[in-house]
Design a protein around this ligand. Structure first.
Ligand code: FES
Length: 222
Protein backbone atom coordinates (compact mmCIF):
# COMPACT_ATOMS: atom_id res chain seq x y z
CA UNK A 1 0.00 0.00 0.00
CA UNK A 2 1.29 3.44 -0.88
CA UNK A 3 2.14 5.96 1.83
CA UNK A 4 -0.68 8.44 2.24
CA UNK A 5 1.25 11.57 3.29
CA UNK A 6 0.42 14.99 1.89
CA UNK A 7 3.18 16.98 0.19
CA UNK A 8 5.12 19.29 2.56
CA UNK A 9 3.67 22.77 3.00
CA UNK A 10 6.50 24.90 1.57
CA UNK A 11 6.74 28.53 0.36
CA UNK A 12 7.13 27.19 -3.19
CA UNK A 13 3.93 25.18 -2.86
CA UNK A 14 2.10 28.26 -1.55
CA UNK A 15 3.52 30.44 -4.34
CA UNK A 16 2.35 28.01 -7.02
CA UNK A 17 -1.08 27.00 -5.71
CA UNK A 18 -2.44 29.63 -3.28
CA UNK A 19 -4.31 31.40 -6.05
CA UNK A 20 -6.05 28.19 -7.21
CA UNK A 21 -9.65 28.83 -8.28
CA UNK A 22 -12.06 26.99 -10.54
CA UNK A 23 -11.59 27.33 -14.26
CA UNK A 24 -14.78 28.69 -15.82
CA UNK A 25 -16.22 25.31 -16.89
CA UNK A 26 -15.31 23.71 -13.56
CA UNK A 27 -17.00 26.53 -11.62
CA UNK A 28 -20.24 25.58 -13.36
CA UNK A 29 -19.64 21.87 -12.68
CA UNK A 30 -18.88 22.54 -8.99
CA UNK A 31 -22.10 24.52 -8.66
CA UNK A 32 -24.08 21.68 -10.22
CA UNK A 33 -22.40 19.09 -7.95
CA UNK A 34 -23.06 21.08 -4.76
CA UNK A 35 -26.71 21.53 -5.77
CA UNK A 36 -27.18 17.72 -5.75
CA UNK A 37 -27.14 17.71 -1.96
CA UNK A 38 -29.88 18.93 0.40
CA UNK A 39 -29.56 22.32 2.03
CA UNK A 40 -27.12 22.08 4.92
CA UNK A 41 -25.49 18.90 3.53
CA UNK A 42 -23.23 20.58 0.97
CA UNK A 43 -20.14 19.11 2.64
CA UNK A 44 -21.18 15.78 1.14
CA UNK A 45 -19.83 17.19 -2.13
CA UNK A 46 -16.27 16.97 -0.84
CA UNK A 47 -15.38 13.82 -2.82
CA UNK A 48 -16.55 14.94 -6.29
CA UNK A 49 -15.08 18.41 -5.70
CA UNK A 50 -11.69 16.96 -4.75
CA UNK A 51 -11.82 14.86 -7.91
CA UNK A 52 -12.73 17.91 -10.00
CA UNK A 53 -9.90 19.93 -8.43
CA UNK A 54 -7.42 17.13 -9.04
CA UNK A 55 -8.46 16.97 -12.70
CA UNK A 56 -8.03 20.75 -13.04
CA UNK A 57 -4.54 20.55 -11.50
CA UNK A 58 -3.86 17.74 -13.98
CA UNK A 59 -5.00 19.89 -16.89
CA UNK A 60 -2.83 22.77 -15.67
CA UNK A 61 0.27 20.59 -15.26
CA UNK A 62 -0.11 18.13 -18.16
CA UNK A 63 -0.29 15.22 -15.72
CA UNK A 64 -2.95 13.07 -14.10
CA UNK A 65 -3.29 15.70 -11.36
CA UNK A 66 -2.82 15.86 -7.61
CA UNK A 67 -4.01 17.78 -4.56
CA UNK A 68 -1.60 20.39 -3.15
CA UNK A 69 -2.57 21.58 0.35
CA UNK A 70 -3.67 25.06 -0.87
CA UNK A 71 -6.05 23.34 -3.31
CA UNK A 72 -7.54 21.30 -0.47
CA UNK A 73 -7.88 24.55 1.49
CA UNK A 74 -9.78 26.01 -1.46
CA UNK A 75 -12.21 23.06 -1.33
CA UNK A 76 -12.57 23.53 2.45
CA UNK A 77 -13.52 27.20 1.88
CA UNK A 78 -15.94 26.25 -0.92
CA UNK A 79 -17.77 23.84 1.38
CA UNK A 80 -17.29 25.76 4.63
CA UNK A 81 -15.69 22.79 6.34
CA UNK A 82 -12.53 22.37 8.44
CA UNK A 83 -9.43 21.72 6.34
CA UNK A 84 -8.67 18.67 8.50
CA UNK A 85 -11.91 17.02 7.34
CA UNK A 86 -10.90 17.56 3.70
CA UNK A 87 -7.41 16.19 4.34
CA UNK A 88 -8.93 13.15 6.08
CA UNK A 89 -10.95 12.31 2.96
CA UNK A 90 -8.09 12.97 0.55
CA UNK A 91 -5.64 10.82 2.51
CA UNK A 92 -8.10 7.90 2.87
CA UNK A 93 -8.84 7.22 -0.80
CA UNK A 94 -6.08 6.28 -3.24
CA UNK A 95 -8.05 7.94 -6.05
CA UNK A 96 -6.63 11.22 -4.74
CA UNK A 97 -2.98 11.86 -5.46
CA UNK A 98 -1.20 13.58 -2.58
CA UNK A 99 2.01 14.30 -4.47
CA UNK A 100 2.65 15.21 -8.11
CA UNK A 101 2.23 12.32 -10.55
CA UNK A 102 3.23 11.78 -14.14
CA UNK A 103 1.21 11.74 -17.34
CA UNK A 104 0.16 8.16 -16.64
CA UNK A 105 -0.60 6.94 -13.13
CA UNK A 106 -0.09 3.18 -13.13
CA UNK A 107 -1.97 1.72 -10.17
CA UNK A 108 -1.18 -1.96 -9.73
CA UNK A 109 -3.58 -3.99 -7.63
CA UNK A 110 -1.65 -6.23 -5.24
CA UNK A 111 -4.53 -7.68 -3.20
CA UNK A 112 -4.92 -11.46 -2.86
CA UNK A 113 -6.86 -12.42 -6.06
CA UNK A 114 -4.53 -10.29 -8.20
CA UNK A 115 -1.51 -11.53 -6.26
CA UNK A 116 -2.53 -15.18 -6.83
CA UNK A 117 -3.04 -14.46 -10.54
CA UNK A 118 0.37 -12.82 -11.07
CA UNK A 119 0.48 -9.24 -9.80
CA UNK A 120 4.13 -9.81 -8.80
CA UNK A 121 4.91 -10.29 -12.52
CA UNK A 122 2.98 -7.12 -13.33
CA UNK A 123 4.90 -5.14 -10.72
CA UNK A 124 8.18 -6.61 -12.03
CA UNK A 125 7.26 -5.56 -15.59
CA UNK A 126 6.68 -2.00 -14.35
CA UNK A 127 10.01 -1.99 -12.53
CA UNK A 128 11.77 -3.32 -15.63
CA UNK A 129 10.67 -0.11 -17.40
CA UNK A 130 12.28 2.04 -14.71
CA UNK A 131 9.21 2.59 -12.55
CA UNK A 132 9.53 2.51 -8.77
CA UNK A 133 6.70 2.40 -6.26
CA UNK A 134 5.70 5.86 -5.11
CA UNK A 135 7.87 7.61 -7.71
CA UNK A 136 7.57 9.23 -11.11
CA UNK A 137 10.02 8.30 -13.87
CA UNK A 138 12.50 11.08 -14.80
CA UNK A 139 10.75 11.60 -18.16
CA UNK A 140 7.53 12.44 -16.28
CA UNK A 141 5.65 9.67 -18.09
CA UNK A 142 4.88 7.06 -15.41
CA UNK A 143 4.01 7.09 -11.72
CA UNK A 144 3.74 3.69 -10.05
CA UNK A 145 1.45 3.02 -7.09
CA UNK A 146 0.38 -0.24 -5.50
CA UNK A 147 -3.29 -0.18 -4.55
CA UNK A 148 -5.78 -2.44 -2.82
CA UNK A 149 -8.61 -4.34 -4.57
CA UNK A 150 -10.11 -2.32 -7.43
CA UNK A 151 -13.13 -4.62 -7.85
CA UNK A 152 -11.85 -6.44 -10.94
CA UNK A 153 -10.94 -9.69 -9.15
CA UNK A 154 -12.76 -11.88 -11.73
CA UNK A 155 -10.35 -10.64 -14.41
CA UNK A 156 -7.24 -10.41 -12.25
CA UNK A 157 -4.51 -9.34 -12.38
CA UNK A 158 -5.33 -5.78 -13.31
CA UNK A 159 -3.99 -2.23 -13.30
CA UNK A 160 -5.76 1.09 -13.50
CA UNK A 161 -4.00 3.67 -15.64
CA UNK A 162 -5.58 7.12 -15.35
CA UNK A 163 -9.31 6.47 -15.86
CA UNK A 164 -9.00 3.08 -17.60
CA UNK A 165 -8.72 -0.47 -16.26
CA UNK A 166 -6.65 -3.15 -18.01
CA UNK A 167 -7.40 -6.71 -16.92
CA UNK A 168 -6.35 -10.35 -17.41
CA UNK A 169 -2.81 -9.06 -17.67
CA UNK A 170 0.48 -10.83 -18.20
CA UNK A 171 3.80 -9.01 -18.25
CA UNK A 172 3.70 -9.10 -22.07
CA UNK A 173 0.15 -7.77 -22.27
CA UNK A 174 0.99 -4.95 -19.88
CA UNK A 175 4.05 -4.09 -21.96
CA UNK A 176 1.83 -3.81 -25.03
CA UNK A 177 -0.57 -1.48 -23.17
CA UNK A 178 2.27 0.72 -21.88
CA UNK A 179 3.93 0.85 -25.31
CA UNK A 180 0.65 1.97 -26.87
CA UNK A 181 0.07 4.68 -24.25
CA UNK A 182 3.64 5.97 -24.58
CA UNK A 183 3.09 6.16 -28.36
CA UNK A 184 0.00 8.32 -27.84
CA UNK A 185 -2.42 5.52 -28.75
CA UNK A 186 -5.49 4.43 -26.80
CA UNK A 187 -5.21 0.69 -26.12
CA UNK A 188 -8.32 -1.45 -25.70
CA UNK A 189 -9.62 -1.14 -22.15
CA UNK A 190 -10.86 -3.99 -19.96
CA UNK A 191 -9.83 -7.61 -20.39
CA UNK A 192 -6.77 -8.31 -22.50
CA UNK A 193 -7.64 -12.02 -22.76
CA UNK A 194 -8.24 -12.86 -26.46
CA UNK A 195 -11.86 -13.78 -27.05
CA UNK A 196 -13.06 -12.64 -23.63
CA UNK A 197 -15.49 -9.73 -23.48
CA UNK A 198 -15.92 -9.02 -19.80
CA UNK A 199 -15.76 -11.47 -16.92
CA UNK A 200 -17.60 -14.44 -18.43
CA UNK A 201 -15.82 -17.79 -17.89
CA UNK A 202 -12.57 -18.04 -19.84
CA UNK A 203 -13.15 -20.55 -22.65
CA UNK A 204 -16.85 -19.78 -22.96
CA UNK A 205 -20.03 -20.17 -20.94
CA UNK A 206 -20.46 -23.12 -18.58
CA UNK A 207 -24.17 -22.58 -17.87
CA UNK A 208 -27.13 -21.37 -19.96
CA UNK A 209 -25.29 -22.63 -23.00
CA UNK A 210 -28.27 -22.95 -25.28
CA UNK A 211 -30.92 -20.48 -26.22
CA UNK A 212 -34.42 -21.54 -25.19
CA UNK A 213 -36.94 -21.07 -28.00
CA UNK A 214 -40.08 -22.03 -26.09
CA UNK A 215 -41.35 -21.92 -22.54
CA UNK A 216 -41.40 -25.27 -20.80
CA UNK A 217 -44.33 -25.82 -18.46
CA UNK A 218 -42.94 -27.65 -15.41
CA UNK A 219 -46.18 -27.58 -13.42
CA UNK A 220 -47.22 -31.09 -14.44
CA UNK A 221 -43.86 -32.45 -13.17
CA UNK A 222 -44.18 -31.05 -9.63
S1 FES B 1 -7.87 -8.16 -5.93
FE1 FES B 1 -7.22 -7.02 -7.62
S2 FES B 1 -9.07 -6.25 -8.37
FE2 FES B 1 -9.71 -7.34 -6.62
Amino acid sequence: MADRMIAPDTPELRARWSSFAWAEENAAKAKEIIARYPEGRQRSAVMPLLDLAQRQVGAETGTQGWLPLPVMEFIARELDMPILRVVEVATFYTMYNLVPVGRFHVQVCGTTPCMLRGSDDIMAACKARGMAKGHTTPDGLWTLTEVECMGNCASAPMVQINDANYEDLTAERLDAVLDALAAGEQPKEGTQEPGRHTVEPVGGPTTLREMVDANHDYRGEW
